[in-house]
Design a protein around this ligand. Structure first.
Ligand code: ATP
Ligand code: MG
Length: 283
């Protein structure tokens, strides 16, 4: 795993973003792997070649999970299958190997359901790992806390000398911000969700949801008590909002960093873990 280098992380994430709309030419089709992120808000599939380069990515908004649990198995399976087929059409290859990630401390039975979704969609699961560890495949930090704030969950892992020494999972995330916005503007959840993601509205959105972000920051603060955390690294779609890192920094008193686009970090990390599990990674 490479050392933390903010420029390298930003460049990598940029490449994943580009691969949403651009498809790379594939030379070694049998060495492709897929990272499948089954989130409470988005299902994302990232395809990497054996150099670790993103070649194609597909994603879809889906509410088939709740608090990290698959609540609509058939719905989840159909979406993963459709996204896989879209990628296969774009790349003109068949995709066979995938990795998946779960929130920390997920019970074995829930892990199995995740695995069945991906297997049911026609891929072999070559690796399973927890989400913050996946995110750290991209970040490469040795010390500090990785905080992944997604749609429905906030995952936190504390790293010491490259090892995870503490994990926590809280049922809070972007869905709560959208609910607060919907209440404020008296609109539907779906409208609030769209409004929240539009960067043109970001200043207004932060003004309204600031107390909720402060609460998220204080939850992070509680969890890192008693640990020597000198840096916090934010990932997950919810942290796309401006000032997120400043608010968390203020609540925790700990230097807080986020990548330019924190949204695709975990799905990319899951895909990297598949390459590592298969010993395919060549530089
Ligand atoms: N540009 C954006 N600005 C603000 N919020 C965003 C933006 N992009 C995504 N989000 C929010 O991020 C959340 C989804 O993030 P992410 O994909 O990391 O979650 P997930 O992995 O599906 O969920 P979880 O990790 O909780 O299972 C949603 O609440 C979405 O509204
Ligand atoms: Mg997530």
């Amino acid at each position: 795993m490479s050392e933390f280098n903010p420029e390298r992380v930003s460049k990598l994430i940029q490449k994943v973003e580009n691969s949403l709309t651009h498809t790379a030419q594939v030379t070694d089709a049998d060495k492709l792997v897929v990272g499948v992120d089954l989130g409470t808000a988005y299902i994302v599939l990232v395809v990497l070649d054996h150099h670790g380069e993103p070649v194609a990515t597909e994603m879809q908004f889906a509410q088939v999970l709740k608090d990290g649990l698959v609540v609509d198995y058939i719905g989840a399976l159909n979406i993963v299958r459709q996204l896989k087929e879209k990628l296969e059409t774009r790349l003109q290859v068949s995709l066979e190997k995938a990795a998946i990630a779960m929130p920390s401390n997920t019970p074995e039975s829930v892990c199995k359901t995740h695995r069945y979704v991906v297997e049911g969609a026609g891929m072999e699961v070559v690796n399973m790992l927890d989400e913050p560890t996946a995110a750290n495949r991209v970040l490469g930090i040795r010390n500090g806390a990785v905080v992944d704030i997604g749609g429905g969950t906030t995952g936190l892992s504390i790293f010491k000398d490259g090892e995870v020494i503490y994990t926590a999972d809280e049922a809070t995330g972007g869905t709560h911000l959208s609910l607060v916005l919907a209440g404020h503007y008296k609109t539907s959840f779906e409208e609030a969700e769209e409004q929240k993601k539009d960067s043109a509205n970001h200043r207004d959105v932060v003004a309204i949801v600031r107390p909720v972000i402060e609460k998220m920051g204080s939850i992070v603060h509680q969890h890192i008590q008693g640990f020597d955390v000198k840096d916090i690294y934010l990932v997950g779609g919810t942290t796309c909002l401006p000032e997120f890192e400043q608010i968390v920094e203020k609540q925790t008193g700990v230097t807080t960093w986020k990548p330019e686009n924190p949204f695709l970090v975990t799905p990319l990390g899951i895909a990297i873990s598949a390459l590592e599990a298969e010993n395919l990674l060549e530089s």
